[in-house]
Design a protein around this ligand. Structure first.
Ligand SMILES: NC(=O)c1ccc[n+]([C@@H]2O[C@H](COP(=O)([O-])OP(=O)(O)OC[C@H]3O[C@@H](n4cnc5c(N)ncnc54)[C@H](O)[C@@H]3O)[C@@H](O)[C@H]2O)c1
Length: 445
């Protein structure tokens, strides 16, 4: 009965299950635990479960004090087995949604975890899918599976879709202070979902169906993909023109207080969202004989950027007295984004691969968050960042602009530097060493 679950939510007695304890699942689990709910997490990655059992927090954005409080006070338990999932009354699914090699959606992680839930869930369980996916996943894939029990959504069980908005590394917005969108399969599904989500968010925005919520998430991410592609195109144009700095252009445009939002060029998009989500929409659209050409073009254009940076390196090497294949290249910053430890689909790794395929085998890297990069048949190990490493490199490339780097020092000891992030904007000396993605180096007065 939905009234019983409603009452349990009110009294914080509803038992919460979180499936997938990664960048989305772990912060959500700790937030519910922080609010006084009993949370049980499941992840097939035995290493993550081991870390939790050893009280080792592996997600930088999760406040360590909250993590330890949740574990020490038994608000949060975790296991690599689904055995206890049947005891949970509200289950959030936070598993990966990658694309296949052919860039089609791979919802097998959702279906596998939903299948495990299906085998064990009791009547009146609420299941909330959080993984980003194409419109129709909740109602056309997960719901029929649950219905095959002979149960009815909204009566025997409850189902909704609520996209995740966590932005790793964001110092202002986190799980607790970012509004949440949710769409339920039925009105009861929605009401219960809103109730539980209000426990961890200041604002919950209800939409009419899960499809709307699924599409809304894709719009958010594709909005970013398209705008980044636009500014990347202008960056390449500024490079061609040779006398305009795109970063200065964006800064100037940003002074308009309405109708403009700044997006910045870069070496490519990484992570598990913006790079992948356009392909989810594109695939879904094709089922309706509709081609999202504009969206696809943006995704393709962003995918070109690591190739463009590779070409910048080859151009710089061509001007040096050393043969390109004998050159020593240093890559600084290899996670996909500043100050985060996530390296999924990182453009830096793609750039290393492309350079390696050009015959440049002497590639070193440094990143404060990474120890090794496994690529093809090779393992690249992180190097200690010191004067010698910089001096030995024929070209150093800033791919990810971590705030811990001392850019003045890096410029001072590098022979040649390619800056793909405008990280050297404020450096006054040695500017002739720098090749900036997006035009001439910023003039520093
Ligand atoms: N990372 C982000 O910033 C972010 C932001 C918004 C939305 N999302 C979306 O959220 C979803 C999860 O992303 P993430 O970054 O947390 O991924 P992640 O890889 O960090 O975490 C997913 C976890 O699920 C586990 N897992 C996989 N299959 C499982 C199964 N069958 N049962 C139990 N555990 C399983 C994996 O071991 C992994 O630990 C994706 O759809 C992603 O697009 C991510």
């Amino acid at each position: 009965m939905s009234e019983v679950l409603r009452e349990k939510i009110k009294q914080k007695k509803a038992k919460i299950g979180i499936i997938g304890l990664g960048y989305v699942g772990l912060p959500l689990a700790i937030e519910f635990a922080r609010k006084g709910f009993q949370v049980h997490g499941v992840d097939l990655d035995a290493n993550k479960i081991k870390l939790i059992q050893q009280k080792k927090n592996y997600i930088k954005d999760v406040v360590n004090k909250d993590f330890l409080h949740a574990i020490n006070n038994k608000y949060f338990t975790a296991s690599s087995s689904y055995d206890k999932i049947g005891d949970q009354e509200i289950i959030f699914i936070c598993v990966p949604t990658p694309v296949t090699d052919n860039k089609t959606p791979d919802i097998s992680f959702i279906m596998n975890s939903a299948g495990e839930v299906f085998k064990r869930m009791k009547r009146h369980t609420l299941v909330v899918l959080k993984s980003t996916t194409f419109p129709g996943t909740t109602e056309d894939y997960v719901q029929p599976l649950f219905d095959s029990k002979g149960w009815k959504a909204g009566k025997d069980y409850y189902l909704s879709f609520s996209p995740e908005r966590v932005d790793p590394g964001n110092k202002i917005y986190n799980t607790g202070n970012t509004p949440i969108v949710v769409g339920g399969v039925t009105r009861k599904c929605l009401e219960l979902s809103v109730m539980i989500l209000q426990e961890v968010a200041t604002k919950v925005h209800a939409v009419s169906t899960p499809r709307v919520a699924e599409m809304e998430k894709l719009l958010e991410n594709i909005f970013r993909s398209v705008n980044i592609a636009l500014v990347n195109e202008l960056a390449r144009l500024c490079d061609r023109m040779g006398n305009i700095n795109i970063w200065e252009v964006v800064e100037a445009a940003s002074t308009k207080p309405f109708g403009f939002m700044p997006f910045y060029p870069g070496p490519g998009i990484g992570g598990h969202c913006i790079q992948i989500d356009p392909y989810y929409l594109d695939w879904a659209a094709k089922q309706y004989d509709f081609h999202t050409n504009f969206v696809e073009l943006a995704a393709e254009s962003n995918e070109e950027m690591p190739f463009y940076v590779k070409d910048m390196v080859m151009r710089d090497l061509a001007n040096l007295p050393v043969k390109a294949t004998d050159a020593n290249v240093l890559i600084l910053g290899t996670t996909f984004k500043r100050d985060v430890e996530d390296a999924r689909n990182s453009p830096a790794i793609k750039i290393i691969e492309l350079l390696y395929k050009e015959g440049i085998t002497n590639i070193n890297f440094h990143d404060p968050y990474m120890r090794t990069i496994r690529l093809m048949d090779k393992i690249f190990r992180v190097q200690e960042l010191n004067e010698k490493l910089l001096k030995d490199a024929d070209v150093t490339v800033i791919v990810t602009d971590h705030t811990t780097y001392d850019y003045e020092w890096i410029v001072a000891f590098s022979k040649r530097l390619i800056d793909t992030r405008n990280a050297t904007k404020k450096i006054k000396n040695n500017r002739d060493k720098i090749s900036l993605l997006g035009g001439v180096p910023h003039k520093v007065s």
